[in-house]
Design a protein around this ligand. Structure first.
Ligand code: BG6
Length: 516
């Protein structure tokens, strides 16, 4: 099949390159035997190839500490894919990919490893024809990020020559505070240019999250009402039913605010709050998103006390669904102060959003697995129906269901048939799966593909990572100074501590808990 060649053309705009395979390249994965690689990255490569978006010249170099041959690594992946991509594991698709996967064991902190990586890349390049393009994926614990990149530079692994590109994807968490994120940015930039760094937030790989841009800017009817004149409040909920699982060691130092709010929830907030960019070019989109984070009203220490709520789950009180308290989970301090739930009230201080509260919440062990954004519109300005016996009606609510039942719904008032004037709320629903069917996706396909094509639109720029941390910094400071005294303060399987409901009740509002 004749295909357009990404490398030979000026950098295509995202829409121009849809449907064309990505540049030939070697994907070098640090942490290739870890969870992310087997659950997401290898299945995503299969899905990309199925869609015709990977070339024959692709090669994968798996890097991890265990001593293993390439054959043993392929066998191990085959076994993993029986769980994570069961439909593909016995297919030609997997055979195609497996023969392109190679393995190199080594200690990521040892200087000896890097010349060996350079050697393997040279061999793969000459056998596969990947044209010198290399995408390094740092799928390791975060304390390796700086150490790995420090070594890539002096070994010539990040040098771009003769049109070949070298890029580095950095997984989250990107730092664990404003200062550490700045330090990491500075350290990476000693070796790499900003154009070579792709900071990932997997929420931006979700179709429905990308659809927020299309929904807002490809439709003429929403933009005129997308402001303080028509919108009463915005609620962003990322609810999980799972607990901390086997990640106690990491989570103890992270907590929900660092783990979810500073990245995923702020990405959603910026897509909802941003001004229309002047084009769909990466920098135009990222500039506008960045302005939203910079316009978030900083919280004073007093406001941290009144506008933020933290919680930690206790054991379940539902006999049919028993589950442990957070403090009883593996690798968690039995007296832990780490929060597994956060609710915040934030404001965006600009012309469009002044005085519109943005309520954010996220938590583990909540009653539903649900990510959605509910936009509640103001009620009609005058009460035309006051003499008809209709007391009050519910406001219009637009809900963007991001997962797991992806779709969009809009509620509005309708007259209930009959001679007496009565109204009720009805919904217009759009459901992704019903309309477009389901295509297998891990959420990493677009991100890998975009990076291989050099499109950073869906990746975080240094400034926006730092801006995100600067918003949560005052909260972290106050929380650290005042350790929680009532943890655990919500039972597993409930919607978080009572204070989260009070936060909205004080404004005469309630969380939209909706059907699970
Ligand atoms: C990760 C967090 O970034 O996102 C996890 O570290 C969380 O704690 C996960 O469970 C949620 O992602 P998703 O795609 O399942 O909503």
């Amino acid at each position: 099949m004749a295909v357009a060649d990404c490398t030979a053309m000026p950098r295509p705009k995202p829409d121009d390159r849809r449907g064309h395979p990505a540049d030939p390249c070697i994907l070098a994965i640090f942490g290739a035997s870890g969870d992310l690689a087997k659950r997401k990255l290898f299945p995503a490569l299969l899905n990309l190839r199925r869609s015709g978006l990977l070339r024959d010249e692709l090669a994968v170099l798996g890097l991890a500490t265990s001593e293993m041959t390439t054959e043993a690594f392929r066998d191990r992946l085959t076994a993993d894919l029986r769980t994570f991509a069961p439909e593909d594991v016995d297919s030609d698709l997997w055979r195609w990919l497996a023969q392109r996967i190679h393995y190199l064991p080594g200690d990521f902190r040892s200087p000896d490893l890097y010349p060996r990586i350079a050697e393997s890349l040279r061999e793969l390049e000459s056998s596969r024809g990947s044209r010198g393009n290399v995408l390094f994926y740092l799928a390791t614990p975060p304390d390796f990020f700086g150490d790995i990149v420090d070594q890539l530079g002096p070994n010539g692994l990040t040098t771009e020559a003769d049109e070949a590109w070298r890029r580095v994807i950095v997984e989250k968490p990107f730092g664990n505070s404003y200062d550490s994120a700045r330090e990491l940015n500075a350290r990476l930039r000693k070796v790499l240019t900003e154009e070579q760094i792709y900071r990932i937030d997997h929420y931006l790989g979700k179709e429905t999250v990308q659809n927020l841009l299309v929904f807002r800017f490809a439709n003429g009817i929403f933009e005129p009402i997308w402001n303080r004149r028509y919108i009463d409040n915005v609620q962003i909920t990322v609810a999980e039913t799972v607990g901390v699982e086997q990640r106690g060691r990491y989570y103890e130092h992270a907590g929900a605010l660092r783990d979810m709010v500073a990245n995923h929830l702020f990405q959603l907030l910026s897509l909802i709050g941003m001004e229309p960019p002047s084009s769909f070019e990466a920098e135009a989109v990222r500039d506008e998103k960045g302005k939203v984070l910079r316009a978030l009203t900083p919280l004073s220490p007093e406001e941290v006390l009144t506008r933020t709520v933290r919680g930690q789950y206790g054991e379940s009180t539902i006999p049919e669904h028993p589950s442990l308290a957070y403090r009883a989970e593996a690798r968690v301090d039995p007296h832990s102060h780490t929060e597994t739930f956060v609710a915040l009230k934030l404001g965006i201080d600009n012309w469009r959003w002044a005085d519109v509260p943005f309520y954010l919440r996220t938590g583990k062990r909540l009653p539903a697995h649900r990510t959605d954004i509910a936009i509640t519109f103001r009620r009609p300005p005058h009460r035309l129906f006051r003499d008809t016996g209709i007391a009050d009606f519910a406001p219009n609510v637009l809900v963007l269901h991001l997962q797991p039942d992806e779709g969009i719904s809009l509620s509005f008032q309708a007259k209930i048939p009959g001679p007496v004037v009565k109204t009720g709320s009805v919904e217009m629903d759009f459901n992704y799966a019903e309309r477009f069917g389901r295509t297998p996706s891990t959420g990493y396909e677009t991100l890998l593909y975009d990076c291989m094509c050099g499109d950073p639109t869906l990746f975080q720029r240094a400034d926006s990572v730092e801006d995100g941390w600067s918003v949560v910094a005052p909260i972290l400071d106050v929380w650290k100074a005042l350790p929680p005294r009532t943890f655990p303060n919500y039972a597993a399987g409930t919607w978080g501590p009572k204070e989260a409901d009070d936060l909205l009740a004080r404004d005469g509002r309630a969380w939209r808990n909706g059907p699970a």
